[in-house]
Design a protein around this ligand. Structure first.
Ligand code: XMP
Length: 430
């Protein structure tokens, strides 16, 4: 193993991710683990050099203050406390230790080396994947988004043709997206790729389901079932590869943090799941995933492509999905992307998309009253998807987009621009 590691134990702080990033910025790999990790589990992690107990505002769970396993104090790792009663450095909740305090702990006390970089991370992950998988096979959900593409490239490197990629067209893809997945992965990278057209199956299951969490669970669950069906037709598949990244895990809730929303690749798994998971990116933040993709030699336009949620346009066709509104989301999204490209905004803005709510508003066309849907345009910037600000899109660009959507997209008579940052909004609507 190439990298040293500082383990952060989550005692209910909301700034665990910030602390992990702060340590990584000092050049040392850091992972966040639950407060009740056992000594054996800790020892099974690679190259642990020290432990940070990070207490915080969510430390009381169900009326009980959570605490670490006392045996941890006896196992020889240097330990420092932040926001914690035994803390030497008294801090207010939410405050991070300064770099100097951290450096003293990490480099002087723990004797960690600043050897965290993408090359080492990839080498370590390749070794871990090989160890986990051996000569068996991994089935990968390849949506074509940044995360699954990077995971595919990493797994291809680690296990080559033992990786079987499955691209499920769930009918919730963007315009022409499935076609380009086949082009890049099958024709250019020569991955083992199976293409499944399951659009009707997904849309039938989703008919009439309005609750966002329910929709996510159905899409996630159905996804896994499609994979299981594919796997049964293949020989000896034991593992499921996933493009889970760190924000997915945090937002799906940890032992001390409340759930924000379940993520497609975390919360939606059916209980009878038969695969062991391979998730080599699950400790990475979004910007690190991109750096990983570049290091793996993926083309820049694939790695810097804006993220697309696992449940796809399904969480942008708000409420119960109908085919006419889904088409309106898909077509308006394509127009938005074209116009952003023309204006050079595709390189500048982190994520932009359209959403269509499940209610109609009154309008006018050719002197006649209309009663049709609205398209909401959203364009945001962020570093790690944990917080986001709204792009101040030039009025003329918005004008052009609006004009085109109103002229070209059926069943739409109104266009709105979403001005809400994250928090309090999330990036997606559902
Ligand atoms: P939110 O809406 O949580 O989105 O602020 C943060 C980022 O994650 C993307 N997203 C998902 N990605 N599975 C994913 O892989 C999902 O279920 C999912 N939901 C949201 C979202 O597009 C944004 O970039």
């Amino acid at each position: 193993m190439k990298q040293d590691m500082i383990v952060i134990l989550d005692l209910g702080s909301t700034n665990n991710p910030m602390l992990a990033r702060q340590i990584r910025n000092l050049g040392v790999y850091s992972e966040i683990h639950p407060h009740d990790i056992t000594v054996d589990e800790l020892k099974a992690l690679n190259n642990v050099k020290g432990i940070i107990l990070n207490g915080g505002e969510n430390r009381v769970v169900d009326g009980q203050e959570v605490d670490v396993n006392p045996a941890l104090y006896e196992c020889g790792y240097p330990i420092i406390s932040v926001d914690y009663p035994t803390a030497k450095c008294e801090k207010q909740y939410g405050e991070l230790p300064d770099d100097e305090t951290l450096k003293t702990f990490i480099f002087d006390q723990c004797k960690a080396e600043a050897n965290w970089n993408m090359k080492n991370f990839i080498e370590d992950q390749i070794e871990l994947v090989k160890r986990q998988v051996g000569d068996r096979k991994v089935l990968l959900a390849l949506s074509g988004g940044v995360d699954s593409s990077v995971v595919a490239a990493l797994l291809l490197k680690a296990i080559g043709q033992q990786l079987v990629c499955v691209h499920v067209n769930h009918g919730l893809m963007r315009k022409n997206e499935s076609e380009s997945v086949v082009e890049v992965f099958e024709n250019q990278l020569h991955a083992n790729l199976i293409y499944v057209d399951a659009a009707d199956r997904f849309l039938d299951k989703l008919a009439g389901v309005a609750d966002p969490e329910e929709k996510r669970k159905i899409i996630g669950g159905e996804f896994i079932r499609v994979f299981e069906e594919e796997a049964r037709q293949l020989d000896g598949i034991d593992f499921l590869g996933q493009g889970t990244i760190y924000p997915d895990i945090i937002e799906s809730g940890t032992k001390t943090a409340k759930m924000v929303k379940s993520h497609h690749n975390v919360g939606g798994l059916p209980e009878d799941l038969q695969f062991e998971l391979v998730e080599p990116l699950k400790q990475l933040f979004k910007d690190e995933v991109r750096a990983c993709g570049i290091e793996l030699g993926l083309p820049g336009d694939m790695v810097y492509r804006q993220p697309f949620p696992g449940p796809g346009l399904g969480v942008r066709c708000l409420g119960a999905i109908t085919r006419d509104r889904l088409e309106a989301v898909r077509e308006s999204d394509a127009i938005l992307r074209e116009e952003f490209e023309k204006a050079g905004l595709d390189k500048k803005v982190w994520q932009y998309f359209t959403a269509v709510p499940d209610f109609k508003s009154v309008g006018m066309k050719n002197h006649e009253r209309t009663f049709e849907y609205m398209v909401i345009v959203r364009a945001i910037n962020t570093i790690d998807a944990m917080t986001a600000t709204v792009e101040k899109v030039d009025w003329e660009v918005l004008d052009k987009i609006t004009e085109r959507i109103l002229a070209e997209v059926e069943n739409v008579n109104r266009v709105c621009y979403d001005m809400s940052p994250k928090p309090p909004s999330t990036i997606e609507f559902e």
